[in-house]
Design a protein. Structure first.
Length: 586
């Protein structure tokens, strides 16, 4: 009897499954036929049929399975069994969560304690620069505060400056430090490029400003053209008051922008001054180049020194982006140094002053500091996610969307061990890869080692796992940052040597036969080639000038050849990193 009853129930379930399947297919087929595409009706059905079968099977199976489970659960004996199994599963889950949390937290604490004993810092509070009194702080000069508040607006101004610098009802802040040198953020004509051994031709800039003046009064121009340098200086004269106020503020002894390192989420910490600094640097660069061509090397040097001050003002910020922005700002300043040297416009005393500024620049040490800060920021971001499950902080394009809410819900179900394990993975990769890419002590960077370490990191993250999910989208890609750092430091060293060579020429009438002649009178010591730690390559040329170069990122001596891409841009991945002047015959 029971066997016959069981067979009847099985048949009824099969019939129910078949009915549900047919109903689902009956709903899906018209939807497929009305799909918005250009296929014929038969093509639409053929294309959609596999998906429809799968959906029908899943829905029918799920409904029948749920019905069978509910009927089974209606029996008190079965219900007690279910409660017992559920209680066991919950107990095992809690015990598993607790044990895994303790194990991974213990491993993380042990790792941090080991490296902390060797001087590593993992807490952002231990890395951030000390506060600076406002009356000694270049970054808190009124022109900075006014300009940044003008672009930030009330809410973000309060976030950046805090309650102590409230607007008090003011809404008339004016941005005087965003100094566009072209109309409507155009690029404008090209400047010279020391990498290509080219000097700046200001005639296109003169023509550009006169053309812009016919459309707008953005830049002043004289009624009749003067020489190109004078016209460019006149066009940029609108920024003279702001630059002079900034120059006066730069005499203050310290510089610390009021970055709120405790802001939550850490990924949303504001750094609005970085973009503004780049605007100022572009204006200073064009202005100093025009001053050199106008025979005003003293004014060009004053603007160059202000550029050095700007580059240095973000040095204490423990962020990789701050480090990379400083590198980007260095290249325009370097062009001014280069053109003054190529045209022999710097005096010996001016060259001594320039070298004293260059001697302070250590991008290799700055990289290590920024990576330590980046590591602390990664941990702070992961801890914030562990506490809040605010997944939207990592995806601003969808912030607040239903998708983010779902992902945040999933995050809340994850044990703390998930976050601790990902923090441990990030720390291990930083210690084994990121922090070893630059050797500041020996003033060197090995491209081969960089490639090896970044490949090892990529391999460790290539397969998605429980312990590297966070690391995959929080850890920055460092190979390009390291190359930019090495290149920036090499250009500082090349500039220092070129500076000393010019001082030697001023004293002796010619460039020396060897770099050994520069030390110790013109240079305390000749820097080595960062790439292979060997001597930099130097030789005099037939026109009485010289060529000075590093073997570059490909670690191959190409005889002082600069690699160019298809568009003519210098490719620093290949060829040598070369300092030379335009031929005197050009």
């Amino acid at each position: 009897m029971n066997e016959e009853l069981s067979k009847k129930r099985t048949k009824s379930w099969l019939y129910a499954w078949l009915i549900i399947f047919v109903v689902v297919m009956a709903i899906l087929i018209p939807l497929a036929l009305t799909a918005d595409n250009n296929w014929a009706m038969g093509q639409k059905l053929v294309h959609a049929f596999p998906e429809m079968l799968l959906i029908g099977f899943v829905v029918a199976t799920a409904v029948v399975g749920l019905w069978i489970f509910i009927r089974w659960l209606c029996c008190w004996k079965n219900f007690r069994r279910f409660l017992f199994v559920l209680a066991c599963l919950l107990t095992l889950t809690v015990l598993g969560y607790t044990e895994e949390n303790w194990r991974t937290k213990h491993a993380l604490d042990k790792f941090e304690s080991h490296w902390a004993a060797q001087g590593e810092k993992f807490d952002m509070n231990d890395i951030v620069p000390p506060a600076v009194p406002d009356d000694e702080n270049f970054a808190m000069a009124p022109i900075w505060v006014e300009s940044l508040k003008a672009i930030l607006g009330p809410q973000k101004s309060r976030q950046f400056y805090g309650d102590n610098y409230a607007e008090d009802g003011r809404t008339d802040f004016v941005d005087r430090l965003s100094m566009p040198i072209a109309y409507e953020d155009e690029d404008g004509p090209a400047l010279g490029n020391w990498q290509k051994a080219t000097l700046t031709d200001l005639r296109p800039w003169q023509d550009y400003y006169r053309t812009v003046a016919s459309k707008t009064n953005l830049f002043p121009v004289p009624p009749s053209p003067q020489n190109p340098a004078q016209d460019v200086l006149l066009a940029l004269s609108k920024y003279d008051p702001a630059i002079e106020e900034l120059r006066q503020a730069s005499t203050l002894p310290d510089a610390r922008f009021p970055v709120d390192y405790t802001f939550q989420p850490p990924a949303a910490i504001l750094l609005p001054h970085l973009g503004m600094m780049r605007h100022v640097e572009k204006a200073l660069s064009l202005r100093s180049l025009a001053e050199l061509q106008n025979g005003q090397s003293d004014k060009a040097l004053a603007d160059l020194n202000l550029s050095f001050r700007l580059i240095d003002s973000a040095r204490g910020e423990p962020f990789l982006i701050s480090h990379l922005v400083r590198i980007a700002m260095w290249q325009p300043a370097l062009q001014t140094i280069y053109e003054g040297l190529a045209r022999h416009q710097w005096s010996d005393s001016q060259l001594v002053g320039i070298d004293s500024q260059l001697a302070k620049m250590d991008f290799l040490a700055d990289y290590e500091y920024s990576i330590s800060g980046e590591q602390a920021l990664e941990l702070a971001n992961t801890e914030y996610l562990r506490r809040t499950s605010d997944f939207g902080m990592l995806d601003y394009s969808d912030n607040g969307s239903h998708n983010d809410q779902f992902r945040s819900f999933v995050f809340r179900l994850l044990p703390g061990a998930f976050f601790y394990q990902n923090e441990l993975t990030m720390l291990q990769l930083n210690q084994e890869c990121g922090l070893l890419l630059v050797d500041d002590q020996n003033h060197s960077v090995s491209p081969h080692l960089v490639q090896q370490k970044t490949a090892a990191e990529s391999k460790a993250l290539s397969h998605l796992s429980y312990g590297n999910v966070m690391a995959r989208f929080i850890l920055p890609s460092l190979d390009n940052a390291v190359k930019k750092t090495a290149y920036a430091q090499e250009t500082v060293d090349l500039a220092r040597i070129a500076n000393a060579l010019e001082r030697y020429r001023l004293a002796m009438g010619v460039y020396p036969d060897s770099l050994d002649a520069l030390a110790p009178h013109f240079l305390p010591g000749v820097p080595n080639d960062i790439i292979d730690a060997g001597p930099l390559h130097y030789r005099r040329t037939s026109d009485g000038q010289f060529i000075l170069y590093s073997i570059g990122w490909n670690e191959t001596d190409d005889g002082g050849t600069v690699s160019r891409g298809r568009n003519g841009a210098v490719n620093t991945d290949f060829g040598d990193w070369v300092w030379q002047y335009p031929s005197r015959t050009e």
